[in-house]
Design a protein around this ligand. Structure first.
Ligand code: AHG
Ligand code: MN
Ligand code: MN
Length: 315
């Protein structure tokens, strides 16, 4: 079996159809990684001056990464539309409006880390269109529960550039090898440790958490013997949780009563990976993958990680 992204074509029922799309994600990752490395010298750090649909300040690199990702999805020829954190409406790819797949994307996750040279990422999931191929795709094609996701993953722009993804047959991690300019398998068949690890949360919000979550967390972190790590970029915090165990959580609070993180391009892809790696993904009310999406940018509370820790926080 190949040690590059090409091995995806041999993975389960979805591998061959997903390989071109994930190769496109890989090409976007390489371009975005290069953009990030040189940003400070091209005045590309800092705010773009606009806001995204959630009223959040857009970083210049949010906008540039979104453009790169869309172009690479177009180049696959298999994607008819992209739902992006950085675009209010669904972006239909006119030249391929009859193509079978839609991609949901957070083109640059954790962008508040950019100005301090912290890790950031890209998060994506892939769904099969519900509309007929001779119709124009629309937002209803994206509103599919995580159980129907075909593939999902993330790119982590850290000391190395990693692509971690699943097509429904387990989770594999690939690291970009600069010697031969391609992603190579480095973390085959990732399974989340079911004990130990870290809890990962922005504890500054704990006084506003709902339903006594602050006390519950104190109890769980004791019984599960968890350390604490928080990077402030979901991709980095989830990657560590997948490899070391524990739980990442962003609870609802008095300010964000439905949580902060977005269902379609943060919670569902990460929840898909967590379940594929033997972990759990919960909103506090139901499994993340059971939530029926109602809007492109809706938010949910998330508890993602080792089974016992997630159960302790949500049961
Ligand atoms: P994004 O940069 O795509 O808006 O995502 C930021 C998210 C997520 O990456 C991270 O887990 C969370 O915001 C951090 O939120 P706080 O700064 O409120 O802790
Ligand atoms: Mn994000
Ligand atoms: Mn983002």
């Amino acid at each position: 079996m190949s040690d590059t992204l090409n091995r995806i074509s041999e993975e389960g029922a979805n591998g061959s159809s997903m390989m071109p799309v994930i190769q496109g994600v890989g090409r976007a990752a390489i371009e975005i990684a290069a953009l990030l490395r040189g940003a400070v010298f091209r005045g590309a750090l800092g705010l773009a001056g606009g806001e995204n649909v959630q009223g959040e300040q857009q970083q210049k690199l949010d906008v540039l990464s979104d453009e790169i990702f869309l172009d690479q999805m177009r180049s696959t020829g298999h994607v008819c539309a992209v739902g992006s954190e950085e675009q209010e409406e669904l972006l239909v790819i006119d030249e391929y409006a009859s193509a079978p797949y839609l991609v949901l994307v957070d083109p640059l996750d954790g962008s508040s880390n950019l100005d301090v040279d912290g890790p950031v990422g890209t998060i994506f999931s892939v769904v099969k269109r519900k509309s007929a191929s001779d119709q124009r795709p629309d937002v209803n094609d994206t509103l599919q529960a995580g159980r129907d996701v075909i593939a999902a993953g993330y790119v982590l722009y850290g000391p190395a550039t990693m692509l971690v993804c699943s097509v429904g047959s387990g989770v594999n991690g690939y690291t970009y090898n600069t010697n031969n300019a391609r992603f190579e398998i480095s973390h085959p068949d990732i399974k989340i440790p079911q004990s130990g690890g870290y809890y990962s949360v922005n504890e500054a919000n704990s006084a506003q958490w709902l339903h006594g979550m602050a006390d519950t967390l104190i109890s769980v972190r004791h019984t599960e013997k968890l350390g604490m790590r928080y990077v402030g970029a979901m991709v980095a915090d989830i990657h560590r949780t997948l490899l070391k165990g524990g739980v990442f959580l962003y609870p609802a609070d008095a300010k964000n009563t439905t949580g902060k993180l977005r269902l379609l391009y943060e919670a569902i892809p990460m929840g898909f990976l967590m379940e594929q790696a033997g972990g759990k993904a919960h909103t506090g009310e139901q499994p993340v993958l059971d939530v029926q999406p109602e809007a492109l940018h809706q938010r949910v509370p998330v508890y993602l990680g080792s089974c016992a820790a997630v159960d302790g926080l949500t049961a």
